[in-house]
Design a protein. Structure first.
Length: 235
């Protein structure tokens, strides 16, 4: 029996459930035993990542995530995934806490853009204010030779409202407003829009946003790479 995949989840809870669902639905399987084994920590009380990065809160998520990684290592997982983009800011602490490899949602998403969207020179990034402030996508894009554009302050307020006041709060998402921000990024040069927040991935799944080739969804990419790294076949 292969070692399971470890998932540091709960960040946010609904996005973690969508991640698990994607892993199941995207795996080529004829029986239960063809699916990916996962050990999931639905740790919803991990301190808010964006609030800490922006200095709004002094509650540091890093040590909590590192402790979760050590727990998963003791269970015997083969590698760890974190279905949260803002949490990527704390990846170094997670990596330092364990010898288990960590699959990066940010690095894998930018790699997907480079490999599958070869005409892309500039990416637009829709993400939390914490993710944008940490510049994890900006740095990853630049490392692969890409330029980037992000929302203006007013546009970012729309994105944060969708993420926090709507998806995280269990309310319907304002899809038209979100599309409006994406189109503003296109008008400023983006050829591909990265959905760099897993709450936006929830919106994408519910509204079938990925039918539009403009978008690359980080949660979808992470699910696919998780299946492949676990030695299973994609559907």
């Amino acid at each position: 029996m292969s070692e399971p995949v470890g998932v540091i989840g709960g960040v946010g809870p609904l996005a973690t459930v969508y991640f698990m669902d994607k892993v199941v639905r995207l795996t080529q399987a004829a029986r239960d035993q063809d699916h990916v084994d996962m050990v999931v920590m639905q740790h919803a009380t991990i301190p808010d990542r964006t609030e800490y990065i922006l200095g709004v809160s002094s509650d540091d998520p890093g040590p909590v995530m590192a402790a979760d990684a050590r727990t998963l290592e003791r269970v015997g997982v083969s590698f760890i995934v974190v279905p949260c983009n803002t949490a990527h800011h704390f990846t170094a602490e997670v990596v330092a806490a364990t010898s288990v490899p960590v699959l990066s949602i940010v690095e894998e998403t930018i790699a997907e853009v480079v490999e599958q969207r070869p005409g892309t020179r500039t990416v637009g990034v829709l993400a939390t204010s914490g993710t944008l402030a940490a510049q994890v996508y900006q740095h990853a894009a630049e490392a692969r030779g890409l330029s980037w554009v992000v929302p203006t302050d007013d546009e970012q307020a729309v994105v944060m409202r969708v993420i926090y006041d709507q998806v995280k709060a269990g309310q319907p998402a304002d899809l038209a407003a979100l599309r409006g921000v994406a189109q503003a990024l296109v008008a400023r040069g983006a050829q591909t829009i990265v959905l760099g927040c897993t709450e936006l991935s929830v919106v994408a799944d519910d509204a079938d946003l990925l039918a539009d080739p403009l978008y690359v969804d980080s949660l979808d990419v992470l699910a696919r790479r998780t299946i492949e790294r676990a030695g299973r076949r994609l559907r």
